[in-house]
Ligand binder design. Structure first.
Ligand SMILES: Cc1cc2nc3c(=O)[nH]c(=O)nc-3n(C[C@H](O)[C@H](O)[C@H](O)COP(=O)(O)O)c2cc1C
Length: 281
């Protein structure tokens, strides 16, 4: 069989085994932000010159916009308390949200830092973030990205903060001994048209539809067996999130748990790989 014949067969084989439907009925709606799912992240920031004035805002309008240099954007309404802090400090930290952090994330999205100390009320702590002068990271987040604002664009309802990622930290239990990052283990949450939804089973991987059969089978078997193991761990510990029963050393703010000391309390394996295998930028 020719390569393109083999590949087209593979590409048509949906993860569910179902054929891609045609001739569906659709309902036309007015223009809106229907792009879904999107991430839900906790953006932490602080006032330059008064770093004790810290805040966290929940953001769904966040995205990756460039690979080299790594750049992201967040869109924030002018009336948010955080908007002033972002503008004044020119910095923020994007903290990814897992099931454990989800209630705190929702809380930070419905209460303002003008009225409440969100960290105290929602029960999370800040810690220093490498490369940031003022913006702190949020403890317990699966990963945090330190971001330096390069441009602010007024779009209408929101201002878009275009920023360069100048530091990244990933929770040590999500990095294996070879330095590969396993965010699939983090129990992360997506925001899907007003609902928070858990990211579940691995259905495929980058290039999966055209991967060699043996590679595909081996990788998928690995994910399936890991999932079974995690399910069993969760059943044992009663935890619902991605953090399995394995107790991880909790680093004190500013101090690494173990391994090589990073700039601000992060653990560095020295072999860290931020992109999944096979991923091209
Ligand atoms: C799931 C979710 C997503 C949100 N996404 C955004 C967003 O992308 N941009 C924004 O300006 N506000 C967003 N909000 C609203 C702010 O988080 C909310 O107004 C918050 O209370 C502002 O906090 P602050 O006044 O302390 O800055 C979102 C809220 C939730 C619950």
């Amino acid at each position: 069989m020719k390569k393109d014949e083999r590949e087209s067969g593979m590409a048509q084989e949906a993860a569910s085994g179902a054929a891609i439907p045609s001739g569906c009925a659709y309902v036309n709606l007015p223009p809106s932000t229907m792009l879904n799912p999107v991430p839900v992240v906790l953006v932490s920031c602080a006032e330059r010159g008064r770093p004790e004035n810290r805040n966290a805002i929940t953001v769904a309008w966040a995205g990756t916009v460039n690979s080299d240099p790594p750049m992201v954007s967040i869109s924030v309404r002018k009336e948010r308390y955080s908007h002033g802090l972002l503008e004044q400090s020119g910095e923020f930290v994007i903290n990814l949200v897992d099931e454990v952090l989800l209630a705190a994330a929702d809380f930070c999205g419905v209460r303002s830092g003008r009225e409440v100390n969100k960290a105290q009320a929602a029960g999370f702590a800040y810690s220093p973030m490498a490369s940031m002068d003022t913006a702190p990271a949020i403890e317990g987040a699966p990963a945090s990205l330190g971001c330096r604002v390069r441009q602010v664009m007024a779009l209408g309802s929101h201002d878009l903060f275009l920023a360069e990622v100048t530091a990244v930290r990933v929770r040590a239990d999500l990095v294996d001994e070879k330095g590969a990052v396993h965010l699939e283990k983090a129990g992360m949450v997506a925001y899907n048209h007003g609902l928070y939804q858990r990211l579940g089973e691995v259905l495929g991987f980058f290039g999966w539809s055209v991967a060699r059969e043996d590679v595909r089978a081996r990788r998928m078997a690995e994910y399936a067996s890991r999932r079974e193991h995690e399910k069993a761990e969760r059943a044992k510990t009663g935890k619902s999130g991605g953090q399995t029963g394995k107790k991880t050393e909790k680093p004190e703010a500013g101090k690494p748990a173990s391994g090589k000391k990073g700039k601000s309390g992060t653990v560095s394996s020295g072999k860290h790989r931020s992109s999944p295998p096979g991923y091209r930028r």
